[in-house]
Design a protein around this ligand. Structure first.
Ligand SMILES: C[S@@+](CC[C@H](N)C(=O)[O-])C[C@H]1O[C@@H](n2cnc3c(N)ncnc32)[C@H](O)[C@@H]1O
Length: 275
């Protein structure tokens, strides 16, 4: 067995040249959100996440509605926070079905339901008062997929329904003078559980200014280890983060015939869109 040494010393160029010398770049997957490593890692961050302040939760608690659909619900952290204070019908959609056991454990009282499917795939046969896309899920969607996302959201909204989504606030438009603010060359985490450990290292591979903001591409390297740091599993994933400016987002919403109201906080922008 190979022993794992924390490898923040690895360079992206080295990882890629190792893979290329094996002749197979397809070893780097692009479907992190369909993997068991993703569900296991995200679940292990739940104590840390429970301290998050989610701007959309306060807003929803101040509103009156009966039905809500959350896009990208994972094991149900936001669903749980909302249904513990409100008597509503809560449905989540989550692409990664490895979250199922965690969802069952987290939702013992059955206050909400999560359906495991890709939001872009099939349609659930229902419409909702609110469709929610929380702040930490928004960057998962690429700029080029947002018009498609808005079209699908509209199909899920009741006539007077609201699409609520929030984004991290960009400090200013991104340009060559301030692009360095978005550089996150390397980062690492060790996620410990009784059974095993997951060591995650993220290396930013590229960061580019685009006509809508900026686009960042990283390699995430996951090692699953036993308690003596022997490697049990290793996977590499390309991951993308898109930084979309406020003006570019407004343009997308207007092009999709949506009216929009915006609430700004110190670190977030909450958008409330109606048809
Ligand atoms: C960053 S997590 C946030 C989860 C949850 N909002 C929370 O705060 O705990 C975003 C989730 O969206 C899911 N997701 C990404 N694309 C999706 C899609 N097309 N359909 C359904 N879920 C998706 C991912 O698998 C991931 O679990």
């Amino acid at each position: 067995m190979i022993k794992y040494r924390p490898t923040l010393i690895f360079k992206v160029e080295k990882i890629i040249s190792d893979i290329l010398s094996d002749g197979d770049i397809t070893n780097i997957r692009s479907d992190l959100h369909r993997s068991k490593l993703w569900a296991d890692s995200f679940w292990r961050r739940k104590n840390y996440h429970s301290r998050r302040i989610d701007p959309e939760i306060e807003l929803l608690r101040s509103m009156k509605f009966d039905t809500i659909l959350e896009i990208g619900a994972a094991y149900g952290r936001i669903a749980n926070k909302i249904t513990e204070k409100m008597n509503i019908n809560y449905t989540g959609i989550e692409i990664c079905d490895y979250f199922k056991p965690y969802y069952n454990e987290y939702n013992k009282e059955g206050k909400f339901e999560i359906i495991f499917t890709d939001f872009f795939d099939k349609m659930i046969d229902k419409t909702f008062d609110i469709v929610l896309l929380p702040m930490n899920t928004f960057p998962t969607f690429t700029y080029s997929s947002i018009s498609m996302l808005l079209d699908k959201v509209k199909k899920y909204l009741n006539d007077d329904g609201k699409f609520i989504f929030s984004t991290y606030k960009l400090h200013e438009d991104i340009n060559s003078d301030n692009i360095n603010r978005y550089k996150r060359r390397i980062a690492g985490e060790l996620l410990i559980d009784i059974k095993d450990r997951i060591a995650l290292e993220s290396h930013q591979y590229s960061l580019e200014i685009t006509e809508y903001g900026a686009s960042s591409k990283s390699i995430q390297m996951y090692h699953r280890l036993d308690n003596k740091y022997n490697i049990l599993e290793k996977e590499l994933f390309w991951t993308y983060i898109e930084y979309i400016t406020h003006d570019s987002l407004l343009e997308l919403l207007i092009n999709s015939d949506l009216k929009v109201e915006v609430n700004e906080t110190s670190h977030s922008m909450v958008y409330i869109a109606t048809q």
